[in-house]
Design a protein around this ligand. Structure first.
Ligand code: AP5
Ligand code: MG
Length: 234
């Protein structure tokens, strides 16, 4: 087993900034999986697990799910075989307790490699979130105007039904933004101080954001599978 350093990316940015969209595109070109705590909670809610039922109350209010549960869930996910070259974290860590826990988990593997932050204004975030539709089966993310499916309400990949997330109603989005600025945005300073923060203009088209993201990763020597850079077709 090689001791080669693993690649751990932490995607930062407010709700609706495009973390999930970019993580889903880049996981294929980078060869490391997206680990979205929000997606894992939603799949538990769909399966009506105990974890899902517990998380739902917090999510519907736009509040964070308690740290101990979230951190244990991430630990379990990281122990799965597909994470053995690294992962793209999407929606984790979200506060200072989680960032410290993550540093502990990754310490044996070289720590966080880079924390790209998607910069998007709040009014644009609101437009993106209220127009978002998600596939019930595979979690693919669409937008009714910016990234519509070929057939309205139907996933291009597997024909699954597209739905509006329970926490995507405007009142909940306002609280999610509040929680982001209060609890999560201090992590921007944390990663900046460690020299790991990389700014990406998230207000461009999804393809342009992907291109900028790949350039930022390449500047930091992070190119895993793709050589030379080939942008994923969209
Ligand atoms: P989570 O699922 O992580 O939600 P979030 O952080 O609020 O982020 P979003 O998924 O809303 O946005 P995104 O940045 O992924 O944007 P997307 O790519 O979809 O968390 C949900 C809840 O779970 C939390 O509130 C909390 O309760 C709980 N939770 C999760 N993690 C937790 C943790 N670590 N600790 C505790 N609790 C936790 O894009 C948005 C829309 O814009 C889409 O429609 C997309 O098509 C469109 N779009 C994307 N990019 C572009 C572009 N460049 N131009 C135009 N439109 C675009
Ligand atoms: Mg997301």
């Amino acid at each position: 087993m090689s001791m080669k350093q693993r690649t751990y990316l932490v995607f930062m940015g407010p709700p609706g900034s495009g973390k999930g969209t970019q993580a889903r595109i880049l996981q294929d070109s980078l060869g490391i999986p997206q680990v979205s705590t929000g997606d894992i909670f939603r799949s538990n809610i769909k399966d009506k697990t105990e974890l899902g039922m517990m998380a739902k109350g917090y999510m519907d209010e736009g509040e964070l799910v308690p740290d101990d549960v979230t951190i244990q869930m991430v630990k379990r996910r990281l122990a799965e075989g597909d994470c053995d070259r690294g992962v793209i974290f999407d929606g984790f860590p979200r506060n200072l307790v989680q960032v410290v826990a993550l540093d502990g988990m990754l310490a044996p593997h070289g720590g966080v490699s880079l924390a790209p932050i998607l910069d998007v204004r709040d009014d644009e975030v609101m437009r993106r979130i209220t127009g978002r539709r998600v596939c019930r089966l595979c979690g693919e993310v669409y937008h009714i105007r910016h990234n519509p499916p070929q057939v309205e309400g139907v996933c291009d990949r597997d024909g699954g039904e597209l739905y509006l997330r329970d926490d995507d109603h405007p009142n909940t989005v306002v609280n999610r933004l509040f929680v982001y600025y209060k609890q999560t945005s201090p992590l921007v300073g944390y990663y900046f101080a460690k020299g790991l923060l990389a700014n990406v203009n998230g207000s461009q088209s999804p393809d342009e954001v992907t291109e900028d993201m790949l350039n930022v990763l390449a500047e930091h020597g992070i190119v895993i599978r793709v050589s030379p850079l080939v942008y994923p077709a969209r």
